[in-house]
Design a binder for this molecule. Structure first.
Ligand code: ATP
Ligand code: MG
Length: 137
């Protein structure tokens, strides 16, 4: 059993899509074991996306991520990290497979509705960034 950090991004929270996106996770066998709505500061978003700080889209990405509240959540299940990324679909919605969250809901490469951890080490960092052990049962 594995855990991963998911974020429902501002484009999706703004369009009231949290429930529809959560239904996709649950249908795929992922359990939402923790969830809260927050609005990050620029500093908090910059640390979260620190791996991308040299990328040309870093400022666009962090500005977008603080533009509205987001829903941060921990998903649990068998192979949760890869399963979540499958349900999310490709980063660019025009490459995302039929039935995936990004294919159905994303607006663009930047405004692509969801984030998911990409490896066990990043999942551990990202879960700990938003949740304390007491919130994870
Ligand atoms: P995420 O980390 O959000 O789950 P990902 O792992 O599929 O998505 P990354 O390569 O980690 O994609 O990029 C992080 C995020 O940065 C993407 O989800 C997207 O919103 C944004 N992004 C990536 N490339 C670009 C780009 N060329 N222009 C604008 N935004 C981009
Ligand atoms: Mg990523």
């Amino acid at each position: 059993i594995e855990r991963t950090l998911s974020i429902i991004k501002p484009d999706a929270t703004k369009r009231n899509l949290t429930g529809k996106i959560n239904a996709k996770f649950e249908e795929a066998g992922l359990r939402i074991i923790a969830q809260k709505r927050i609005q990050m500061t620029k500093a908090q978003a910059s640390v979260f996306y620190g791996v991308h700080k040299e990328r040309p889209f870093f400022d666009e990405l962090t500005t977008f991520m603080i533009s509205e509240p987001v829903v941060v959540q921990v998903l649990e299940g068998e192979d949760a990290i890869s399963k979540n990324r499958e349900v999310m679909g490709a980063t660019n919605p025009s490459d995302a497979a039929e039935g995936t969250i990004r294919r159905e809901f994303a607006l663009s490469l930047g405004e692509n509705s969801v984030h998911g951890s990409d490896a066990p080490e990043t999942a551990a960092f990202e879960i700990g960034y938003f949740f304390s052990g007491l919130e994870l049962v």
